[in-house]
Design a protein around this ligand. Structure first.
Ligand code: ADP
Ligand code: MG
Length: 979
């Protein structure tokens, strides 16, 4: 209707979209990780969200309804969540239905179309509100039930027809959830002049009572679950649309009223933002979320139009979902949006984006009219099959989506039977990594056993099995890469246990634990109180969540013969910054081509993006379509790149005392293992590059304040580079950045040598050493990064072209003062830097002149004194032995030479301290080789003690330095007076 034309809005007598927000309780996972609630609702319409990083920063949104379902509830005897007391503001399923569901029913009776959309990130509670869980029925079943109740109470001279259809949109393909046969490529959306867009060939089943609808929904959910495992696609990425056509025929008036109710459980909104795959070459490739992204575009355009902006085009036609929802969005429908949100601080960004989305949707204006025409074709009903063998032991599917868990049952009949992909198996299972004949189950003598077929992956209670294994009631079984089942034993074994405990998370945590992954292991540097730090918990959650995905990606790669190996790693697991503080950790995926040994490091976001693309490709492969892709479109492929191998810490303290440092330091990789050694020299020197000697050592770094400091950083040699040991064809580069240097300095690439000679020295100059710079030298390490080069990768730029250099060509550091002098608005910056150089030179010359002047003045005084003394002797006064000039000199030099010895001793001391510090750092990074329950408290205690020891060491060092500085100052001050 509005396609291609200017849309003029608002219209008179329009309906705006009703928007409700609902916040759910904490999930078990959120409770475990100590989440905080960032949502508050102070009235029936306002929702306030607080930024966890900046608690004063709050934003309040006003919508038609705000539902607080976070706390203040309890379970009644039937398992229904109800308010704890009348004062509780808790909103139950009934409350939500009362407001939103009733509104839909009212519209329907009046003959209006109605649409209900649930929007929010995965796990925020969309399906809970729409469909419900167990005894807590959602809006959809309640609407259907009440519709039929009302029909039964109506008069007899009217006829009612209800039809039901259920579809899923995944990857822009429509699947009929009431049809067992899958149409290759999915059903098509067609357009009719009168009907608008409709799905061609979709089953629409007439229903006469609520029980029929309930059965259809069950059947549809079952097909959705099977499809989700077959296609290896998660339900969180598909949209589910239930459509109820309601026709009222008024026999006495020859009139029909027709209404369409669309109930839409949208895909998880989290992949909406493009940053989800930031920096990935194949970012635009995936279609998986096209519909959701486009829904956002349509809503934005409509919101703009409603606020009076000129909008030329509403992109309904750009995706399947928006075509189907066209009446609901700016058209003939009364539309309601439920924005489902998580209360947890870690979901802050997503929740905020959901609330903003809802705010935009609020602005849309629709024009609903009463319909008197019939819209849909009808088709035959389909009968559901019975389950009938409840007494047999069976497998229950466990899905990531709680809605799809327990939907499929596989009975294990007496005797022996095979399970696998082949349709001939008694237990016909599909899923990634499941073979034609995957395992066999035996049910005899009141026992059930499972035996994997050769090389097929079967995991029981987290542990992979290879031989016949007896199953016990509630055992957890994973077949293939990630198809999870709960084993339900014989009735005699069953109790009244709560099966919901064994959810998807339970399976994954159990598997992770069996593979030796735990918070403690990842967060060895937990706080002394035994609680892992929240950042670490988040990484652990990510790790556990990604583990099965990586397994799936590996399986797809294997079947598509990509020859890749993907491994989950934690970035910076054992790395620290230049001050020795731990760095932020995040999950990443290391990808290795097993044939060429090429290596890539993918961020979590990139991996997730790639996994979607892999699934699309894999689906084509399963469908028997051509799964060949050009290299540049292949989600398994990337151009090779430089890989970060590890970092070395070189503590700079000695430089603050003008002392040379020469060391061999380890490059540690992200896991704290040694990757190589580097031989480095950090040498204080003269402007001309002559190394300073012992006489230049200072006792107090503040002596260097305001002076010119020159020093050289020399990378002499790398030793035992593992990267090159693994594959001799590779190369390395090193890079570092000191203090305020604007860019990283890289060494020239060296190829094919395990112990490459580097011999690269750079001289740095601080023209006017600032206090901050001196502080930096005393407390920071220079971090040298080791980068791995592989054949065909772009090297790191080692031209050093964009650095500021002195007239001698040395790289300038500590230039902050300089930048405050610059005013880039007026003069080009190179001109300023030239001017500044001149100024500094003048300053230096003045300083020199001042020094000469001082020396001359002192000499003058001295000569005057000598003269006076000589004069007085000549005048006959009795002074036995006037000190000769040579002796006078000695008087000056004696304290100077003891000073030098003092300085020498200090230098030795600081040097050995440096080594001690390095050792301490390494000790702190050391971890026991095995995770051991008994050892854990001891290890934690030891880590704490080491940390305490480090703190004591640092503070005594600091005190020593201060004391020495004070003594030296005092001594200096008293010297001339003594004279
Ligand atoms: P989504 O469909 O958005 O991915 P779900 O509806 O599956 O999310 O909800 C995720 C989990 O949170 C489920 O276990 C669900 O039972 C629970 N949940 C969601 N909303 C509520 C609520 N209002 N009260 C109780 N539990 C809820
Ligand atoms: Mg859901």
């Amino acid at each position: 209707m509005s396609d291609g034309k200017t849309v003029k809005m608002p219209m008179p007598r329009t309906d705006s979209v009703t928007v409700a927000v609902r916040v759910r309780p904490f999930s078990q996972r959120e409770k475990n990780s100590g989440s905080k609630c960032v949502i508050s609702m102070h009235s029936r319409t306002t929702t306030t969200i607080q930024d966890p990083k900046n608690p004063e920063h709050r934003k309040t949104f006003t919508f038609d309804l705000a539902y607080w379902s976070h706390d203040g509830f309890q379970k009644d005897k039937d398992g229904v969540f109800i308010s704890t007391d009348p004062s509780s503001k808790f909103a139950s399923q009934k409350d939500v239905f009362h407001d939103l569901g009733r509104g839909i029913l009212d519209s329907t009776w009046q003959g209006y179309n109605a649409t209900l959309l649930a929007y929010g990130q995965t796990g925020s509670g969309k399906s809970y509100s729409m469909v419900g869980l167990g005894a807590n029925k959602g809006i959809i079943p309640n609407v259907c039930e009440e519709l039929f109740q009302a029909i039964e109470e109506r008069e007899r001279n009217q006829e009612y027809q209800v039809t039901f259809s259920m579809l899923e949109i995944y990857n822009e393909q429509i699947r009929d959830l009431l049809s067992r046969t899958k149409q290759p490529g999915g059903l098509k959306v067609r357009e009719d002049q009168h009907l608008g867009f409709y799905v061609d060939g979709l089953k629409s089943v007439p229903c006469e009572n609520y029980a029929q609808i309930e059965r259809l929904m069950e059947q549809g959910t079952k097909i959705r679950t099977t499809a989700s495992t077959n296609m290896n696609a998660s339900s969180s990425r598909s949209h589910m649309v239930i459509t109820i056509q309601f026709r009222q025929v008024f026999l006495d008036r020859d009139l029909t009223k027709q209404s369409t109710i669309n109930l839409v459980d949208l895909a998880g909104s989290e992949r909406q933002k493009s940053s989800g795959s930031e920096g990935d070459r194949l970012r635009e490739g995936s279609q998986v979320n096209l519909s959701l992204t486009n829904l956002g575009n349509v809503i934005s355009a409509l919101a703009d139009a409603a606020t009076g902006k000129k909008v030329l085009h509403i992109p309904y036609r750009d995706s399947v979902l928006t075509k189907l929802l066209q009446p609901a969005l700016g058209g003939n429908s009364r539309t309601t949006l439920i924005a489902a949100i998580s209360p947890a601080d870690i979901c802050y960004e997503e929740t905020l984006s959901t609330l903003r989305y809802a705010e935009r949707a609020k602005k849309i204006r629709n024009r609903a009219v009463v319909n008197t025409s019939m819209l849909m074709r009808e088709s035959k009903a389909e009968n559901d099959r019975q389950w009938i063998m409840k007494t047999l032991p069976h497998l229950l599917n466990v899905n990531e989506d709680p809605q799809l868990t327990g939907v499929l049952k596989y009975f294990i009949q007496a005797g022996s039977c095979d399970a696998g992909r082949a349709a001939s198996n008694a237990i016909h299972l599909q899923g990634l990594g499941i073979s034609d004949k995957h395992a066999s189950f035996t049910n005899s003598d009141g026992k059930v056993t499972v035996t994997p077929h050769s090389k097929c992956k079967v995991v029981v209670n987290g542990v992979p099995i290879v031989t016949k294994t007896k199953l016990q009631h509630l055992d957890r079984i994973i077949l293939g890469s990630n198809s999870a089942y709960l084993y339900i034993g014989f009735p005699s074994e069953r109790g009244s246990e709560d099966l919901t405990r064994f959810d998807y998370d339970f399976f994954q945590l159990e598997r992770a634990a069996a593979e030796g992954v735990s918070v403690d292991k990842l967060g060895a540097a937990s706080h002394g109180d035994g609680k892992a730090d929240p950042g670490m918990l988040a990484v652990f959650q990510d790790y556990v969540r990604l583990m099965p995905l990586v397994a799936e990606a590996n399986q797809m790669g294997e079947e598509l013969k990509k020859g890749l190996r993907m491994e989950l790693k934690v970035k910076n697991l054992a790395a620290s910054d230049s001050r020795g503080h731990e760095l932020q950790k995040e999950v990443m995926v290391k990808v290795t081509n097993q044939r060429t040994r090429e290596v890539w490091i993918w961020s979590k976001a990139k991996f997730i993006n790639r996994k979607f693309l892999m699934e699309e490709l894999y689906q084509r492969f399963l469908d028997g379509e051509d799964s060949h892709v050009a290299q540049e479109d292949d989600p398994f492929w990337d151009p090779v790149e430089v890989v970060h191998l590890g970092s070395a810490h070189i503590w700079l303290q000695s430089l603050a005392y003008s002392m040379k440092l020469e060391e061999q330091v380890e490059f540690m990789n992200c896991e704290g293992e040694e990757e190589a050694m580097v031989h480095v020299c950090v040498t204080p020197c003269s402007p001309a590059g002559r190394a300073c000697g012992e006489e230049d050592v200072v006792i107090d770094p503040s002596e260097l304040l305001g002076k010119r400091m020159d020093f050289q950083v020399g990378l002499v040699r790398c030793l035992g580079v593992k990267w090159l040991k693994e594959d001799a064809g590779r190369g390395i580069q090193m890079g570092y950045r000191i203090y305020d240097l604007s860019s990283t300095l890289y060494t020239k690439p060296v190829w094919k040598m395990v112990n490459p000679q580097i011999e690269e020295t750079v001289q740095f100059t601080a023209l006017n050493a600032s206090q901050e710079f001196l502080n930096y030298l005393q407390t920071n390490a220079l971090i040298v990064d080791l980068w791995g080069l592989q054949e065909g990768c772009a090297q790191l730029d080692c031209s050093q072209s964009d650095l500021m250099v002195t007239s001698e060509g040395h790289v300038m550091v500590d230039t902050k003062k300089m930048s405050t002098l610059m005013d880039p608005g007026q003069t080009p910056s190179n001109q300023i830097s030239e001017l500044y150089m001149k100024l500094l030179k003048l300053e230096q010359e003045t300083e020199l002149l001042r020094d000469t002047n001082r020396a001359l003045r002192e000499e003058n005084v001295f000569l005057k004194q000598s003269l006076e003394k000589v004069g007085s002797t000549q005048q006959g006064e009795r002074i036995s032995h006037p000190p000769a000039a040579r002796e006078m000199n000695q008087m000056y030099t004696r304290p100077a030479s003891s000073d030098r010895e003092f300085a020498k001793a200090l230098k030795l001391f600081y040097h050995s301290m440096n080594e001690a510090r390095g050792q301490l750092l390494r000790l702190r990074q050391e971890k026991p080789p095995e995770e051991d329950e008994m050892l854990r408290p001891f290890v934690q205690q030891q880590a704490q003690k080491l940390k305490d020891f480090g703190d004591v060491l640092e503070s005594s060092l600091w005190r020593l330095k201060n004391d020495v500085a004070v003594i030296v100052k005092k001594k200096r001050a008293s010297l001339p007076h003594a004279e």
